[in-house]
Ligand binder design. Structure first.
Ligand SMILES: *[C@@H]1O[C@H](CO)[C@@H](O)[C@H](O)[C@H]1NC(C)=O
Ligand SMILES: *[C@@H]1O[C@H](CO)[C@@H](O)[C@H](O)[C@H]1NC(C)=O
Ligand SMILES: *[C@@H]1O[C@H](CO)[C@@H](O)[C@H](O)[C@H]1NC(C)=O
Ligand SMILES: *[C@@H]1O[C@H](CO)[C@@H](O)[C@H](O)[C@H]1NC(C)=O
Ligand SMILES: *[C@@H]1O[C@H](CO)[C@@H](O)[C@H](O)[C@H]1NC(C)=O
Ligand SMILES: *[C@@H]1O[C@H](CO)[C@@H](O)[C@H](O)[C@H]1NC(C)=O
Ligand SMILES: *[C@@H]1O[C@H](CO)[C@@H](O)[C@H](O)[C@H]1NC(C)=O
Ligand SMILES: *[C@@H]1O[C@H](CO)[C@@H](O)[C@H](O)[C@H]1NC(C)=O
Ligand SMILES: *[C@@H]1O[C@H](CO)[C@@H](O)[C@H](O)[C@H]1NC(C)=O
Ligand SMILES: *[C@@H]1O[C@H](CO)[C@@H](O)[C@H](O)[C@H]1NC(C)=O
Length: 877
């Protein structure tokens, strides 16, 4: 949940033209002292002329480091031949200041692969350079295709501005570079993507949003490569094509270094896997998280929560997880319960009630610590973990609970502080026994505008959210702030100096750098905490801003597991969308981007829309589409009317049908995510081009997606219609619901009469899908049910699939089964390992496209089976 919509009337002082001219005078660098081995290349780069000092001072001495890295090798079967891409797939190119003062991302947030374990001879990417003015290029070793070439403009490396430009082919196919709501394929002209985390609502077009992912995937003639810039500073990435300068992509950052990783592909899936080799493999999630979730900001009290649960049960819509937004807090203070509306004993009763029925409960946690929450605040002060100003005093501004300070995730005691808050508040015995934590507002959001000299006074007069719908007669007051309350700065640390060790170039104007990124909220202080705050270790918030949420994610995951746990990623919801058809459509491309490019495969948008009033038909369609998101949650804002599925007959029907299908497919999905957590190959929400990379018709498709590698989902995407036109690649497909065989022609297909409760889904030929039989209204019960196998043969009559089974909960399960299904020549072979004990059996097998047999729910040949999942077998079907 973010702030309500606010129209920021910004007058960015764009004197771009003058600056552009000045940048043209920047001298670039010349390379000397070039040292080359088979594995690395290093050089000194010195300013090649008079400093231009356009947006700060030019740094005269840089270093270049090139490392050939093995990356991730991929083996793949192409035309029945196993091709082993032994070639090294990752090239690391780093340009940094010789004095190593300029900020580099601390290991606390991300451990970047360093060192050269590959060689130029075995690399699929080749590095070449020109000495003066210095520029470099990256080419494919086999085809000599130039993927990246910086000769188009001189390198600029200033104290508060760095620039690098690569030429690209005309109208390139570029994907990634989020988070935003822009088209899946990035525009190629006059496009600028700004990276500066903001907590804005309504997914504004063209603007920066909640997170940054500076990776792009480019498709060229059916081949993919990736470029990741490991830089967390505010930046604009421009893609443009002009008569004089041609087609290019240009990085313009407020600081940091050029730490580039080139990923060779050659398929988009390979690029994603290679990217996982840098940012880590994604986190696995518990089986129950695939159930349906319901949340709303503005539910008034614990009794209302109980009502929602009851209403879902009465409507026969399986609710798996209940969530509570900040409403449960005592006057919006993290780590507290509202004693009147959400009293602890009643909350404990509610959670017990849910747990007894195999349901789960999740609440929101915000990062700031409220001054008025003396218990937590004193704990934070005692552990010295609050973020400070440059003069050493604790920084105070405002957020939901009024005057607050922020945890400095870089402080060595931060984890200890967070652990103690999590453990005491969420204690199984004495607190709230939740099953998950939802973290928000970690952009980080601040409501008090700069300079915010009087946060307590500001809080008293601004920024309180409207109270929830007044269902009660005695409504407690939302917070006020005593005028005399001051932060305890007794043990404030001494002033820290920034110098030396990659913590940030000294002497910068951290509040108002001369180069202005196109931050949608205005300047760098807007709606957030100040860029000149000083993190532990001497880091400026200027450089850390875009990493703040990562700090909270890591700390929270670590507190929830045992403190030894490591947090790579968490799941992600795509923020404060609205109940608009356009946002329904945007959710599809956002899911594809997160799941397949950014390696955050557990992703979903707020179903039925967060802001504004939804409609019955939009909510029905969204209930159906959302069942095909990895994370399926209905959520609405406090200002929006309630939108629980049971409120409309049509939506009830749609949701029941959608959840029934989803439940049957949870094991398929759980299996796919499991393997992605092991090898990084995207397997949850896939763009069509990930499955058919050489089919150029897939490159602009952003309204259809694969749910796992086998199911093609083609939702209706317009209001008031029951028609959808969708693309079917040249391949064999089967209608998921009827079993009907459909031969894709590499063309659009029209489907009429798609009811509000329906969605076209096709099984890709060559797949075997293990489905649970129908009948469970909860994932715990689901796990007891039997399987039916759906076999969808390809052109040659072959198909394969797999099933992973474990207890669905443990991080390191003691017993697992990894079962492979292979269908060929009319016979099915089931083999693998079978260590996980389950009484579920394979109850039936259906071969689609085949007539005869007993006939089942789908067209095809079904046979009844009674095969325990304890050993392999082969059967003719
Ligand atoms: C793209 O180039 C045009 C023509 O030079 C220029 O007017 C425009 O500002 C550029 N756009 C971006 C985002 O750089
Ligand atoms: C700046 O961002 C806004 C969206 O926040 C966008 O509409 C505008 O085109 C961008 N301006 C430039 C020059 O890129
Ligand atoms: C994080 O990534 C590392 C390396 O990619 C992997 O070994 C680890 O299991 C991942 N952690 C989680 C929590 O998934
Ligand atoms: C789920 O189904 C079981 C019977 O299988 C029933 O006892 C239970 O009440 C149902 N739960 C809900 C929440 O509707
Ligand atoms: C401030 O913090 C110090 C150290 O934790 C503590 O001893 C002192 O009592 C606190 N002062 C106030 C006014 O709370
Ligand atoms: C520290 O800086 C803040 C903001 O400029 C100022 O309000 C405060 O008085 C300063 N405190 C000290 C001890 O210098
Ligand atoms: C916190 O806020 C409440 C209600 O506004 C007030 O009664 C109380 O005095 C405040 N506590 C502190 C320590 O200022
Ligand atoms: C930066 O933006 C804030 C509002 O968010 C405004 O108060 C401040 O004056 C701005 N500063 C400059 C230098 O434009
Ligand atoms: C970097 O150097 C500064 C000043 O010498 C020191 O205070 C700081 O702790 C160092 N930071 C890191 C991350 O090593
Ligand atoms: C859809 O139908 C509703 C009700 O008839 C109408 O209000 C709305 O304008 C229609 N929308 C479109 C896009 O035609």
């Amino acid at each position: 949940m973010g702030r309500p919509l606010q129209l920021v009337c910004q007058l960015l002082a764009y004197t771009t033209l003058a600056f552009t001219a000045a940048l043209e005078s920047c001298p670039g660098y010349s390379a000397s002292n070039v040292q080359q081995t088979s594995q690395t290349l290093t050089a000194d780069l010195s300013l090649a002329g008079e400093a231009c000092n356009v947006f700060g001072e030019d740094i005269s001495d840089l270093k270049l480091l090139v490392e050939y890295q093995t990356g991730i090798n991929t083996s793949r079967i192409i035309a029945c031949t196993l091709i082993d891409y032994r070639a090294d797939t990752r090239l690391h190119v780093k340009i940094y200041d010789a004095a190593q003062q300029v900020f580099q991302i601390p290991e606390h947030f991300l451990t970047l692969p360093s060192g050269a374990d590959g060689t130029s001879d075995s690399s699929s990417l080749i590095f070449t350079y020109a000495a003066s003015p210095f520029s470099f290029a990256v080419q494919r070793a086999d085809t000599k295709e130039t993927l990246f070439n910086t000769s188009a403009a001189n390198l600029v490396f200033e104290s508060q501005y760095i620039r690098l430009r690569t030429s690209l082919p005309q109208d390139p196919y570029i994907y990634g570079l989020g988070e935003d709501s822009d088209p899946f394929r990035r525009p190629t002209q006059n496009y600028s993507r700004t990276f500066w985390n903001v907590g804005d609502s309504f997914l504004p077009a063209g603007s920066n949003l909640y997170g940054i992912h500076p990776i792009y995937v480019e498709m060229r003639d059916g081949q993919a490569h990736g470029v990741f810039l490991a830089n967390s500073d505010g930046m604009d990435i421009k893609i443009n094509s002009t008569e004089t300068e041609g087609q290019y992509l240009e990085y313009n950052a407020l600081g940091g270094i050029f730490d580039l990783y080139f990923l060779a592909g050659p398929t988009p899936s390979d690029v994603s896997q290679q990217y996982a080799g840098i940012v880590g493999l994604p986190a696995e999630v518990a089986y129950w998280t695939y159930g349906f979730h319901q949340c709303k900001y503005g539910w008034p009290d614990v009794y209302f929560l109980a009502e929602v649960v009851q209403n879902y049960s009465d409507a026969g819509i399986p609710l798996e997880v209940l969530w509570t937004d900040i409403d449960y807090m005592d006057r919006r203070r993290t780590w507290t319960l509202d004693p009147d509306r959400f009293p602890l004993p009643k909350m404990q009763e509610l959670v017990d009630y849910l747990h007894e029925r195999n349901m789960s409960y999740i609440v929101m946690v915000d990062p700031p610590v409220a001054l008025n929450d003396t218990k937590s605040y004193d704990n934070a002060l005692q552990k010295d973990v609050l973020l400070k100003r440059a003069n050493g005093t604790v920084f105070v501004a405002t957020m939901w609970p009024g005057a607050t300070s922020w945890v400095d995730w870089l402080h060595p005691n931060a984890q200890d502080f967070w652990d103690s808050e999590v453990m005491s508040f969420f204690s199984e015995d004495t607190g709230l026994d939740v099953d998950g934590i939802w973290i928000d507002m970690n952009d980080p959001a601040n409501f008090c505008p700069w300079p915010c000299d009087d946060p307590v006074g500001y809080a008293a007069t601004h920024g309180q959210p409207p109270p929830p719908p007044d269902l009660r007669t005695t409504w407690p007051e939302l917070p006020g702030f005593p005028a005399d309350f001051q932060p305890n700065t007794t043990n404030a640390a001494v002033k820290r100096e920034v110098s030396g060790n990659m913590t940030g170039y000294p002497g910068r104007n951290l509040l108002y750098p001369q180069y202005q990124i196109n931050n949608t909220d205005g300047n760098l202080t807007a709606n957030t905490i100040w860029p000149d705050l000083v993190h532990y270790g001497g880091y400026a918030h200027y450089d850390i801003h875009n990493l703040f949420a990562q700090g909270m994610i890591t700390a929270t995951r670590s507190s929830l597991l045992d403190p030894a746990g490591s947090g790579n990623s968490t799941g992600h919801w795509t923020g404060d969308n609205a109940s608009l058809w356009d946002h329904y459509r945007i959710s599809i491309r956002q899911n594809m981007e997160f799941a397949s490019i950014f390696q955050i495969p557990t992703v979903g948008a707020d179903v039925c829309g967060f802001n504004l009033a939804t409609t019955e038909t939009l909510c029905a369609r969204w209930a159906v589409l959302g069942a095909w998101y990895p994370f399926y949650r209905n959520h609405a804002d406090i200002s929006a009317p309630n939108q629980e599925f049971y409120l409309w007959p049509l939506v009830t029907e749609a949701a029941k049908k959608a959840i029934k299908t989803r439940m049957q497919l949870i094991d398929y999905f759980y299996t796919q995510l499991h393997y992605q957590t092991l090898d990084g190959i995207p397997r949850t929400i896939l763009p069509l081009m990930y499955v058919y990379p050489s089919d150029a018709n897939t490159l602009d498709n952003e309204l259809q997606f694969f749910f796992g590698p086998s199911l093609l989902v083609s939702p209706v995407t317009e209001e008031n219609v029951t028609t959808v036109e969708f693309y079917l690649p040249k391949d064999i497909f089967y209608d998921f619901f009827t079993g009907e065989k459909v031969t894709g022609q590499g063309a659009m297909v029209t489907r009429n009469d798609v009811d509000y409760t329906d969605i076209p889904v096709h099984i890709r030929g060559g797949s075997i899908i293990p489905m649970r039989v129908d009948g469970a209204n909860n994932t715990k019960l689901l796990r007891e049910l039997d399987f039916e196998l759906l076999i969808a043969p390809d052109l040659n009559g072959n198909a394969e699939g797999r099933l992973y089974l474990d207890d669905g909960e443990s991080i390191k399960p003691t017993a697992i089964s990894e079962i492979n299904f292979t269908y060929s020549g009319g016979s099915l072979t089931v083999n693998g390992t079978f260590d996980f004990q389950t009484s579920s059996k394979i109850a039936s097998i259906t071969v689609l496209g085949k007539t005869g047999g007993y006939g089942g729910a789908r067209l095809g040949s079904s046979s009844t089976q009674d095969r325990p999942l304890t050993e392999g077998f082969t059967v003719s079907v």
